[in-house]
Ligand binder design. Sequence first.
Ligand SMILES: [Zn+2]
Length: 322
Amino acid sequence: MTIQCLTCNHTGLQKVRSYRTKTAHGRALFGHTWLYECRQCGLVQTVPRPTLQQLADYYAVDYRNGCFAGADVANLAEFPKDNLFYYNRGQSIADLLSPHVPEADSLQILDIGAGFGHILHALGERYPQAHRTAIEFSQVCVDHLRSLGIEVFTDPAEEALPRLGRRFDVVILSHVLEHLLEPRQMLQTIFDHLNPGGILYVEVPHIPRDSLKKYIDSVWAPRFEEPHITLFSPPVLRALLESTGFDVPFCDTAGLEYKYISALQFHLPHWRWFLQRLTPKPVFDFLRRRSATKGLRVKEREESFYQYGGNRIWIRSISRKK
Ligand SMILES: [Zn+2]
């Protein structure tokens, strides 16, 4: 079997280590999966990949139960400050984008995988005339986004965008790219539906190659990949965006520094499925909410939302269509 890089099509891939899962369903899906690194572009990807149907089943069952994306981390009565972690992220992203947002009388803004809309909210504050569109699958998120006056589509971007026949000035793709079986295809679809001069914001987890075998700031700490398909460092993400045809005026690490991630958080993924069975759900949800907002209770961590560079947990990028 010849293994091909998902982004540069090179066939020289090198095995890194086995894929780490955190749920029973994830073990069934990724139990025989390995991480491979492309010798040409440096992308790390899963081999073999699950099928589209297997992934869809996984997301329908496990994802919103096991990650910081569930309705249980939001309290919509207090939106947008229901969750200060999401609120600060939205504000810092809107601040980062503002010097790059094209001038237009009525901006068309699209968020693919909008969640509860904290990023669209922050952009709406700055561009009140903008028309905001979201693509989102989770019904609780869809209802909430519509209540904010955002137009929502619930089918995949590859189907919704060609049907819409509309072009956008700002597209947000935050923590989506690393989940896709065909990341290059998604970027091409977005490129085709941007106005000239329009910008694409991509945010993905920052997984430095060295951290896969030893953790940079905490050598013993393990981590998990589930359910990510691709793992990025800034040069790899930049190369992928540029090869799609974008100019990339900004691409850097962002967010909390890895040294602030506690040993418990690194170990929790391994124990989570076990703890989740033993702990009453309201208690588990409470602990997750506390852990999601923990960064905000330490002043220097709150500032990390507005700082860039070094060993931080995310990569943020801004790309422009010429
Ligand atoms: Zn490659």
